[in-house]
Design a protein around this ligand. Structure first.
Ligand SMILES: [Zn+2]
Length: 252
């Protein structure tokens, strides 16, 4: 294992903690640090040792040391997801692709968490992903790659844009947000035009699966009006397909 890979694995839970706090604070960055540095129940300031990702949660058995209220599990989940992204990237991909892969995974994790909380995907995040996707495609296959990645981004945006307009006209309410269209544009830039239909298919499967689990868990019936945030499913689909493509596994 190279030094870079080891560093990424060790740093990933800390980065996950930061991603979680940033997503909790967005778009008010001032809240970012506050959301992680004090207990959400008794608002007492946490000690440095309470902020060590994953380990502090286990050490405190999931409870605040002052008021014994359960610690919000969101931070732990984000830390574990960031670690999982690093493990998958290091395990499956070659050294040159690992940095691009963890970058993509962690930014998508941030977007998924924000969308989960607010049903919005930050424009800045989508823009960064489109630009970096174009750069990675250029770096992988030169000018030709850049051109087809740009085309894929435009097609990705266009597909969801059209669907959302048709849906709005037929049903009289918004079904897909423009944020989802911009994220699919980013998916196109990173993965190419052939991947767009696979991204949509996999995202739909993930979204349906998570709706089913949620409805069983909360004992609520699924209806056509049930609102789901599609962003997290889309983010997960893009990352999984990126790993498959980069490791030369499968159809892409
Ligand atoms: Zn407390």
């Amino acid at each position: 294992m190279s030094a870079t890979q080891l560093f990424l694995l060790i740093a990933s839970p800390f980065i996950g903690s930061f991603i979680s706090a940033s997503a909790n604070g967005w778009p008010n960055w001032g809240k970012t640090l506050r959301s992680r540095s004090s207990c959400s129940h008794c608002h007492k300031r946490l000690q440095i040792s309470d902020l060590i990702p994953i380990a502090s949660f286990l050490f405190l058995a999931g409870k605040c040391r002052f008021c014994s209220s359960p610690i919000v599990i969101n931070h732990l989940m984000a830390e574990l997801c960031a670690l999982l992204i690093a493990i998958i990237s290091v395990w499956v991909l070659s050294d040159t692709l690992v940095l691009a892969s963890v970058f993509l995974g962690w930014i998508l994790l941030f977007g998924a968490l924000v969308d989960f909380r607010t049903r919005l995907l930050p424009d800045g995040m989508n823009l960064i992903l489109v630009i970096t996707g174009l750069l990675v495609s250029f770096w992988q296959s030169g000018g030709q790659g850049l051109l087809s990645a740009a085309l894929a981004a435009i097609i990705g945006f266009g597909v969801f844009f059209l669907i959302s307009k048709i849906y709005l006209r037929l049903r009289g309410r918004e079904g897909l947000g423009l944020g989802d269209a911009k994220l699919l544009a980013a998916g196109g830039a990173w993965l190419g035009v052939m991947a767009i239909s696979w991204i949509i298919l996999l995202a739909c499967i993930i979204a349906l699966f998570s709706m089913l689990i949620t409805s069983i868990y909360s004992r609520k019936k699924l209806e056509a009006e049930t609102m789901i945030s599609f962003g997290p499913a889309l983010a997960m689909a893009i990352y999984l397909l990126w790993v498959l493509k980069s490791a030369n596994i499968g159809l892409l």
